[in-house]
Write a protein that binds this ligand. Structure first.
Ligand code: CA
Length: 228
């Protein structure tokens, strides 16, 4: 009986390890461009708190308008005039086997030409003026939103088990090289612990053997107590 209890315990621990919950923390600051809080029809030019931007043309935060309303708060981020980007380096560092999911919404105003911006996940390097200098781009997704609406983009990346990227900081870049103005909102970067590999047959045999040994030991101890 004792060995059965031990076996049940081992199985329960194995199941818990396989069903590790996702870490839903968003590692980005000002992810919805609601900071600074603006009055209707207002916008910033050349600054977004927690983000850096290309200096070649204006970028900033703007209050939503009839040409592009947002379901995520009342403000969105923007970059103007073709090749332009905003970027943010997080304090989150790469952990072996961890899985990262980066999502964002990209929009186009009805009074602007079509855009095909990109969502990019970077590792390492230094973020300056909307670029990740010296970093490694580990994922990219482009999207062409319908005019007047936001469309989602997703980048997923699984960290390797070892190598030079482990321990380096993750960065996010939203870039555009088409049209006049691209609009950004609701950016999220989350991490999920790596899933424990399913035990092989020989590993299951070792687990069963250990459980039986444990069961045998407790039976022996009960036997010794009865003798004492
Ligand atoms: Ca927003």
């Amino acid at each position: 009986m004792a060995s059965l209890f031990n076996l049940a315990g081992v199985a329960a621990v194995a199941c818990l390890a396989l069903a590790a919950p996702a870490n839903a923390q968003n590692y980005l600051a000002n992810p919805s461009f609601e900071n600074p809080a603006l009055a209707p029809d207002n916008s910033t030019v050349g600054s977004i708190p927690n983000w850096t931007g290309s200096q070649s043309s204006p970028f900033g935060v703007a209050y939503e308008r009839a040409e592009l309303m947002t379901p995520y708060g009342v403000q969105w981020g923007y970059t103007n005039n073709g090749a332009n980007a905003i970027a943010q380096q997080t304090t989150k560092t790469v952990v072996a086997n961890e899985v990262y999911e980066l999502t964002a919404e990209f929009g186009q105003r009805t009074d602007n030409p079509a855009v095909t911006p990109t969502l990019e996940l970077w590792v390492g390097g230094t973020v300056t003026r909307g670029d990740v200098v010296g970093g490694t781009r580990v994922g990219v997704q482009s999207v062409t939103p319908v005019a007047g609406q936001f469309a989602p983009a997703t980048v997923r990346w699984t960290a390797p088990a070892a190598g030079p990227l482990i321990g380096q900081r993750l960065s996010v870049r939203l870039a555009n090289s088409s049209g006049a103005q691209a609009n950004y909102d609701n950016v999220s970067l989350t991490a999920t612990p790596g899933v424990a590999p399913v035990p092989t047959l020989s590993e299951w045999a070792m687990i069963l053997f250990a459980a039986m040994l444990g069961g045998g030991a407790s039976l022996y101890l009960q036997y010794r107590r009865r003798l004492a």
